[in-house]
Design a protein around this ligand. Structure first.
Ligand SMILES: Nc1nc2c(ncn2[C@@H]2O[C@H](COP(=O)(O)OP(=O)(O)OP(=O)(O)O)[C@@H](O)[C@H]2O)c(=O)[nH]1
Ligand SMILES: [Mg+2]
Length: 194
């Protein structure tokens, strides 16, 4: 049964999150809001009218910096007021998505908001630091969010491994599509389940 009593925030966090947010098919439903969150420049690229810039210096790839920026952001708390459900997404492994997303999920949990996360996990070639940062971010999200869908970038690599000429942007494009499908079905699920 459809209900409009829910107020859903769809949040793209960090570079990858905002890329995906920019390519979503936006619904005009009045109870669904879209929000781009970043700690550095890419926010300028977002076509969302609602944006939160929670830092100016960037994170230098360090999730602890992203975490602190998120914890100090009053705007972030304001954005969670009167929200019943959040669908958040990012690429883990860097500083913004990995640092900010768990803070959003934790705050939301404290406020009684349901959180559904969709995240990517870095390619092996991105190295051990990103791997560790991603692992820690996913663990934190699993602690606070109601559901966490992890899309392994490597799984896309498997699909295209025979074509060594496939550029990274093509791989990211495929991953973005997979994220979009997950996000769309979560929005539908949340909208249709009172
Ligand atoms: N699907 C997809 N994944 C991306 C894209 N760009 C980067 N990634 C992946 O997402 C991870 C995080 O990258 P970003 O989103 O750029 O990082 P960030 O969260 O903005 O963090 P910082 O820039 O380090 O503060 C990377 O390690 C990649 O695995 C993209 O355009 N699409
Ligand atoms: Mg970034």
């Amino acid at each position: 049964m459809k209900t409009l009593t829910k107020t859903i925030k769809v949040m793209g966090i960090g570079g990858a999150g905002i890329n995906v947010l920019n390519s979503l098919n936006l619904t005009s439903a009045s109870n669904i809001g879209y929000l781009a969150i970043d700690t550095s420049k890419p926010l300028g690229r977002s076509r969302m009218n609602r944006k939160i810039q929670i830092g100016v210096t960037g994170t230098d790839g360090n999730p602890t910096v992203g975490q602190v920026m998120a914890e100090q952001s009053k705007e972030l708390i304001d954005a969670l007021q009167n929200v019943s459900d959040i669908v958040l997404f990012c690429g883990t492994g860097g500083g913004c998505g990995s640092g900010v997303s768990p803070v959003v999920a934790k705050l939301a949990k404290q406020m009684g908001i349901k959180v559904y996360a969709v995240v990517t996990f870095p390619f092996q070639h991105e190295g051990p630091v990103r791997f560790l940062q991603a692992t820690q971010a996913v663990a934190k999200l699993q602690e606070y969010a109601d559901s966490v869908k992890v899309i392994l970038n490597e799984s896309i690599n498997l699909k295209i491994k025979d074509d060594l000429t496939t550029p990274l942007t093509t791989a990211f494009g495929l991953i973005d599509k997979e994220m979009q499908l997950e996000i769309d079905s979560l929005i539908e699920f949340v909208s249709n389940n009172a």
